[in-house]
Design a protein around this ligand. Structure first.
Ligand SMILES: O=C(O)CCC(=O)C(=O)O
Length: 197
C-alpha cells in the first residue's frame, strides 16, 4: 500500500474504501500541484495527433505531447523519447518521492475546450507499470469517468485544478475517460505520469 500524506476523498467520489489491502482503487488528493495552466500552454511542445480507426484517419480531440526517457506507444502511435522540461521533471520527482514509484514519463493532454475529450480506454500497454498511474489536472474542472471492463459498475468525479488522481492497479479491470462537456469554455491540461519498464 502506498502511504499518502493527504487524502481527501469525498464519499460520493469514492470508488473503493481507502482501507488497508484494497488494491484496485482511485484516490483523489486536492490542491496537490502548483503548476500553472497558462505557463504550460506556452512551455510545452503541444502537437496535433491523428490515429487510424476503422480504416480512417481521425484527429485526436485534444493536443498531446509525450516526455520521457523511453518512447511510448498507444492506439497504433509511437512517441519517441523526449527530454522532460525542468518544471515537469521537478513535479515528477516530488511525485516519485511521495509515492515511492520511480516515474519516468508523462503524457500531457491539453483539452482546449469542453468539446475536446478522451474516450474510454485503459492504460494497459505491456510497457507500463500499471500498479500506479498518477494524473494531475490544471485549468477548468472536467468530469472523469470510469467503468468496469464488463460494464457492471462505474462512476464519475469532477477533477479540480491542482488535484492529483492516483489510479492504483486500475488498468487491468477498468476503463476511464475524460467526458465531453460542451458547456465548458475554458481549457484543461492533464499530466499523466507513468513508469515504463
Ligand atoms: O485527462 C484526463 O484526466 C485523462 C487522461 C487519460 O486518461 C490518459 O492520459 O490516459
Amino acid at each position: 500500500m502506498i502511504p499518502l500524506k493527504k487524502l481527501t476523498l469525498h464519499p460520493q467520489e469514492q470508488l473503493f474504501s481507502p482501507v488497508e489491502n484494497t488494491v484496485e482503487r482511485l484516490e483523489l488528493i486536492s490542491q496537490w500541484s502548483e503548476l500553472n495552466y497558462d505557463e504550460l500552454t506556452e512551455a510545452l511542445d503541444w502537437q496535433e495527433e491523428h490515429i487510424r480507426m476503422f480504416g480512417k484517419e481521425i484527429r485526436v480531440p485534444r493536443l498531446v505531447v509525450w516526455y520521457g526517457e523511453k518512447g511510448y506507444g498507444y492506439s497504433g502511435k509511437r512517441h519517441q523519447p523526449k527530454e522532460i522540461p525542468e518544471m515537469i521533471q521537478r513535479e515528477m520527482n516530488r511525485l516519485s518521492a511521495e509515492t515511492g514509484v520511480e516515474f519516468n514519463g508523462v503524457l500531457c493532454n491539453w483539452y482546449r475546450n469542453g468539446e475536446e475529450h478522451m474516450g474510454f480506454h485503459s492504460d494497459d500497454e505491456p510497457e507500463i507499470d500499471g500498479s500506479l498511474i498518477a494524473s494531475i489536472s490544471l485549468g477548468a474542472s472536467r468530469r472523469f469517468a470510469w467503468k468496469k471492463k464488463d460494464g457492471s459498475e462505474g462512476g464519475k468525479v469532477g477533477l479540480e485544478s491542482g488535484s492529483l488522481l492516483l489510479m492504483h492497479h486500475f488498468q487491468e479491470n477498468w476503463k476511464h475517460a475524460l467526458l465531453k462537456d460542451p458547456k465548458v469554455g475554458e481549457g484543461r491540461i492533464n499530466l499523466t505520469f507513468r513508469k515504463l519498464f
